[in-house]
Every structure is written in C-alpha cells, then in structure tokens.
Design a binder for this molecule. Structure first.
Ligand SMILES: Nc1ncnc2c1ncn2[C@@H]1O[C@H](COP(=O)(O)OP(=O)(O)OP(=O)(O)O)[C@@H](O)[C@H]1O
Ligand SMILES: O=P(O)(O)O[C@H]1[C@H](O)[C@H](O)[C@H](OP(=O)(O)O)[C@@H](OP(=O)(O)O)[C@@H]1O
Ligand SMILES: [Mg+2]
Ligand SMILES: [Mg+2]
Length: 350
C-alpha cells in the first residue's frame, strides 16, 4: 500500500541547534579492568542538545558506562570533527543541513567510526509523508497479528481544498492532523483532531491527515536500541464514539498525550487493551525496520485497534527518542555500545 500525497513542497531547512555543551574533551583512553591487562576504552563522541544531554546522559548511565569501559566525550561542533577524538562511536541528534554534511564527510573520511545513525536515514523520519512508508511496504501479517499504518493524506498547501481532497481520498472521520515536518520542535508536536469535514478548512498545511483508529486509550511505545527491544504502555487519546462524532463539529488541538508522565504500566486496565503486542511480532517488525530504515536508535508508537486482538497500527516513529525514560536503559544502552565497539575490534584483528 502506498501512502497518499498531494503535491510537492520544498522542505524548510534550519540551522544547527547551538545549545550543545562545549565541554572540553577529557581523555582517558585506557581503562583497567581488575587485574587483567588494560583494555582500550570505547570512546563515544556525542553531539546532542542540552535537553537531550539532560534526559539521556544521566549520572546512572555515565557511571555504568565508565565501569564498563565506555567514555562519553562532548563534541564541539564549532571545531572540525576530524580534529577531535579519536572516536569509536559518534552519537548525535542535532538538526541542520550543515551539520548533516559535516557528519556525511566524517563518515566518508572515517569509515572505522560508527556514526549513530546515518544522517540521511534520520532525515527520512523527519517527514510524516514518508515516516511510515517502510511499515506500509512491509505488509507484516503472520499468525501473531497484522501490522499496518492508518490511511493518510498529505496536504501541502491550500486549506480550502481539504474537504474535497478528503472526500475524494475516501478517508473516514475523525482525522488526526499532524504537522508534516517532525523535527522535534514544539510546533511539530502540535496535533489536532478533526471531527467534521468542513471544519478541516481551518487547518494549517503543510500537514498529514491520518485516520483516527480507536484503540482503547492506550498505546505501546516500542524502544529499539540495536537488537534490543523494550515496550512500555502509555495513555493515549480516548476512543471516539459514533455519537460523539455526530455531535462534535470542530477541530480540537490536543496536548502531548502520550509523554512519559502518561505511563500506563501500573494502571488497572482492561487486559484486552493492556496486553502487550506479541513479542515475536515486535521482533520481526523491529528487525525489518532496522534494515529498511537503516537506523539502530528509534522508537515506534503502536496501537491495537479496539475490539480486535491482533490488528496493530504504527502511528509514529521517532529517531533517538527519550531513552532516559526507558526502563533499564543504562544497561541496554551500554551493552549496545560495547557490542558495537567489540564488533569493530574483531573486524580489525580479523
Ligand atoms: N492515527 C491515530 N489514531 C489514534 N490516535 C492517534 C493517531 N495518531 C496519533 N494519535 C494519538 O496522538 C498522539 C500523538 O501522535 P504522534 O505520536 O503521531 O505525535 P508526535 O508528536 O510525533 O509524538 P511523539 O511525542 O511520540 O513524537 C499519540 O500518542 C496518540 O495518542
Ligand atoms: O523527536 P523529539 O526530540 O521530539 O522526540 C521526543 C519524543 O517525541 C518524546 O517527547 C520524548 O519525551 P517522552 O515522551 O517524555 O519520553 C522526548 O524525549 P527527551 O527525553 O529527549 O525529552 C523525545 O526527544
Ligand atoms: Mg508519538
Ligand atoms: Mg513523533
């Protein structure tokens, strides 16, 4: 199945965020592991926003990493990347064309360094028109369930044409209106729910209109870190009944409904709604998406269609999400970084 689109629009570019911590590189390339011979540390250069440093690089992660021989070093993006390091791994979440080019050049000139993840692959997720395409292309259906994406329509401009375009596309109301660009800004998370066709004209393109799928008000956030998968439950938008649909006429902006504060892991829920998607299904989905997206660090928002046991929809994919809120993230992440480091040494000595 292909996702629908309207017409083309140039993507807005923005400059690299300038709130990177410009800490001095601290060097300690060799760690002592007990009485055995000293091992070389895995050096991870990071280029992250201040917000991300705070949520991700928590003391519990840095402490465990140090014990395991992993060293985090802040990248100074105002200096050439090749003058810094040497790094084994570069971890990054900054935006901007220039920064992407810096990373691309660095990948070319330093093939021995693992850049998490390739800028082009990340870029693909920044546009909701393409974000879910890989899931749609997979057509995943097996004895554990079916995984699809909601039908959606891309509106690049001309809000007045929306009712007719929605009608022509045969989309069913209510619709979730999502900004086309998903770049982590507050604006890109400003979503609304539309109950009625003619009020759709009030929306501000460019956006994606996605069919709202009733799912019992709970969603599953599936965190992926390399081969590791961790699933949590979060509260989500409540179901919309036929009666509500006939009664409500407007467009409703809604706040960040499924953020970490909306954890539903300890809630007393109807088991048919709360039951996690089958593990083998998630493993298959994650493995295939890692390959199709070319990413190792991302999460998926998945919902189970209300009244079904095994019909799932992926509604959102985020690059380098809030891992700091993922249970056991410090163990999962450090194991992942070590596995990358070790894989490389094997390759070098092999
Ligand atoms: N098609 C849909 N059907 C039902 N609910 C939806 C749908 N799309 C989004 N939602 C609800 O809206 C919320 C926000 O949507 P979405 O995850 O796409 O936005 P986002 O801003 O990219 O979120 P994130 O903070 O995870 O990046 C979801 O958590 C879910 O509660
Ligand atoms: O792409 P962005 O940076 O917007 O991704 C967000 C994500 O959408 C969630 O808002 C995360 O917060 P929680 O839902 O509370 O987990 C953010 O995590 P943070 O720890 O970095 O604030 C993601 O970055
Ligand atoms: Mg989401
Ligand atoms: Mg998102």
């Amino acid at each position: 199945m292909r996702l629908r689109e309207n017409d083309d629009v140039g993507e807005k570019e923005e400059v690299v965020e300038n709130d990177v911590t410009l800490a001095q590189n601290q060097w300690c390339p060799v760690v002592n592991a007990g009485f055995s011979s000293p091992k070389r540390a895995v050096v991870v250069g990071y280029a992250l926003t201040t917000k991300k440093i705070k949520s991700f690089l928590q003391p519990k992660l840095e402490g465990l990493a140090r014990n395991k021989g992993i060293l985090f070093v802040a990248i100074d993006h105002t200096r050439p990347l090749s003058d810094q390091g040497p790094f084994d791994i570069v971890l990054h979440k900054l935006s901007g064309k220039e920064w992407r080019q810096v990373l691309e050049d660095y990948r070319q000139s330093h093939p021995e360094v693992t850049v998490l993840d390739p800028p082009d692959a990340i870029q693909h997720l920044r546009n909701r028109q393409y974000m879910l395409q890989a899931v749609a292309d997979m057509n995943l259906s097996d004895s554990y369930g079916i995984v699809g994406v909601p039908r959606q329509l891309v509106i690049k401009r001309d809000a007045f044409a929306i009712p007719e375009l929605v009608n022509k596309a045969g989309l069913t109301l209510p619709l979730v209106a999502k900004p086309l660009v998903a770049d982590g800004s507050a604006k890109s998370h400003a979503l609304s729910l539309a109950y009625e066709q003619f009020s759709l004209q009030k929306l501000e393109p460019p956006l994606v209109l996605q069919e709202f799928v009733n799912h019992g008000g709970v969603l599953f956030k599936v965190y992926i870190v390399g081969d590791a998968i961790k699933v949590v439950r979060r509260f989500s938008l409540p179901d919309v009944s036929k009666w509500e649909l006939s009664k409500d006429a407007g467009i409703y902006n809604f706040p960040r409904v499924s953020c970490a504060a909306a954890s539903a892991d300890d809630a007393d829920l109807d088991p048919t709604i709360a039951e996690l998607p089958p593990r083998p299904l998630l493993e298959k989905l994650a493995k295939e998406l890692r390959w199709r997206l070319g990413l190792r660090l991302f999460n998926l928002d998945i919902i189970r269609e209300y009244g079904t046991r095994d019909h799932f929809y992926v509604i959102d994919i985020n690059y380098f999400p809030g891992y700091g809120k993922m249970p056991e993230y410090e163990h999962i992440f450090t194991d992942f970084l070590l596995s990358l480091g070790q894989g490389k040494y094997k390759k070098r000595s092999g």
